[in-house]
Design a protein around this ligand. Structure first.
Ligand code: GLN
Length: 494
């Protein structure tokens, strides 16, 4: 097979051109990814459900749209959805036994948008149950593996989407990020991930974890590809009262803007104790690259960083305990066998179907919201949240973007942290504050440490997705970390 036929390293723009010029059809392209899923996903476990038939039907429609001249830039390009997005007629499990039998009767707005854009859906990807976790080990469907080392985690909670994109089982996949679930798995698997500003992308039809923090975004192989998908996903949705009605800029138009004079803030709290020195080195090397591109480095302080984890792990479980009360065995989802009475049905349905981590969060959240403790925990956490937001607000008066590591370390071994939830939570130190403040952030591949990928985090001010995509793209124009593919997945199937 000539290099020309190799599809896995093509950008979305190249794939689109190939489709438009008839080099290959969407049916062929879709089949190519289905073959890869078939060949590799047994070991990776990145998909919970593969929707081959539906994908090929959508691909056929896409080919007709292309032939009739009504295609968009994304028509015919296959993709995958994290299994937290409701998909009409397809199981939507949220990684939980509770929803193992749930066939969604409608599409999430994001699903509808990408469908309308003509993207065939390959399937639904693995995730931590109800998006709670940082390793994908809390999935009812078993852990997903990191394509760079099958003994290591891909990160979480959107581990399946990250692993699938990293192993080239799909060109792009959706994710959600409540406390880091797009940026951290992107970092651990060496791909590009963007979490837009809270309210930029509709959350309608995304199974709720912590509603004041949840936001949908995308995993891709580059910032340029991410720009195209963010474009297709963003925008006001009357069905989501938290979505914001401001115009969506053309994210691809500013990718090539010069970075001369860009002010990059480096928070001193992001480079302190607990950060693996090899990860630090990779991040520092990336920052040197930005200096060459004309950026100016400014040391900043985000003094309340150390309070972000405790505040988040009160607020997120509190909201989760309320959101998850709907899974009671009455309307849909798992119901226990032969309940004695209503209370027995509630108790056993929930007791039998929720996993350990989800139960832990429900109990913590319920405790934090209870009458005697509300002020001490929930209210206090909300006050801290304000302080954390103020830190960013102050910083952005002096700088354009913030950079730092995404995670303190590279991907850890499966099982390494499962018995110690606190150490798992502490790994979210650099990602969580951004969600508390609602800001947009990215992870881009910026080197390797111990043979595993390292991500660079780029944080923008509210609604400045265009800026961080531009900043990410300029780095990817002069480096090739984003083009690296794990050896065993770098060849074509067949
Ligand atoms: N690791 C964090 C948690 O477990 C974040 C997860 C997420 O962003 N969905 O809550």
């Amino acid at each position: 097979m000539s290099m020309d036929n190799i599809m896995i390293n093509k950008s979305l723009a190249e794939l689109s051109l190939g489709l438009q010029t008839g080099k290959f059809s969407s049916v062929e392209l879709t089949q190519h990814y289905l073959d890869r899923i078939n060949k590799f996903d047994g070991e990776l476990n990145s998909f919970i459900t593969v929707t081959d038939e539906q994908a090929l039907t959508m691909a056929k429609t896409a080919d007709e749209q292309i032939a009739s001249g009504s295609a968009t830039a994304l028509t015919g390009i296959p993709m995958a959805h994290k299994d937290i997005f409701c998909t009409d007629g397809v199981r939507t499990s949220a990684g939980s036994k509770v929803l193992d039998n749930f066939i969604s009767p409608y599409n999430a707005t994001v699903v509808e948008k990408l469908k309308t854009a003509g993207m065939p859906m390959l399937g639904k990807t693995n995730m931590d149950e109800f998006a709670m976790g940082s390793s994908n080990e809390n999935s009812f469907y078993g852990p997903c593996k990191n394509p760079w080392d099958l003994e290591r985690v891909p990160g979480g909670s959107s581990g399946g989407s990250a692993a699938a994109v990293a192993a080239k089982l799909c060109p792009v996949a959706t994710g959600t990020d409540t406390g880091g679930s797009i940026r951290q798995p992107a970092s651990l698997t060496g791909i590009t991930g963007i979490k837009p500003t809270y309210g930029r992308v509709s959350r309608y039809g995304i199974i709720a974890y912590a509603s004041s923090l949840d936001q949908a975004g995308i995993f891709a192989s580059s910032a340029a590809d991410s720009a195209l998908l963010t474009q297709a996903m963003a925008g006001f949705d009357p069905k989501d009262s938290t979505s914001v009605d401001i115009p969506v800029p053309d994210y691809s138009a500013t990718l090539n803007d010069s970075l001369a004079g860009l002010k990059i803030g480096l928070p001193k709290e992001y480079f302190g104790e607990g950060l693996n020195s090899d990860v630090a080195k990779a991040v520092e090397t990336a920052i040197e690259e930005y200096k060459k591109l004309g950026a100016e480095i400014v040391e900043i302080s985000l003094p309340n960083t150390h309070l972000a984890i405790p505040a988040y792990y009160v607020i997120a479980p509190a909201e989760a305990s309320s959101n998850l009360s709907r899974f009671d065995g009455v309307r849909y989802g798992y119901r226990c066998e032969d309940p004695k009475d209503l209370t027995d049905m509630y108790m056993r349905s929930r007791g039998e179907a929720f996993g350990r981590e989800v139960k832990r969060r429900i109990m913590t959240g319920t405790y934090a919201l209870s009458a005697g403790f509300y002020d001490a925990y929930y209210l206090k956490a909300q006050k801290i949240r304000r302080l954390v937001s103020e830190d960013f607000k102050n910083a952005f008066e002096k700088i354009d973007v913030i950079m730092g590591p995404v995670a303190p370390d590279t991907a850890f071994k499966l099982g390494e942290k499962t018995s110690d939830p606190i150490s798992m939570y502490l790994g979210d130190i650099y990602t969580i504050a951004l969600n508390l403040a609602g800001l947009p952030g990215m992870s881009i591949p910026a080197g390797m440490a111990n043979n595993m990928p390292v991500g660079l985090q780029i944080i923008g001010n509210s609604f400045e997705e265009a800026k961080i995509l531009n900043v990410a793209h300029q780095y990817q124009e002069v480096t090739d970390w984003h083009t690296k593919v794990p050896e065993q997945y770098s060849t074509e199937v067949k």
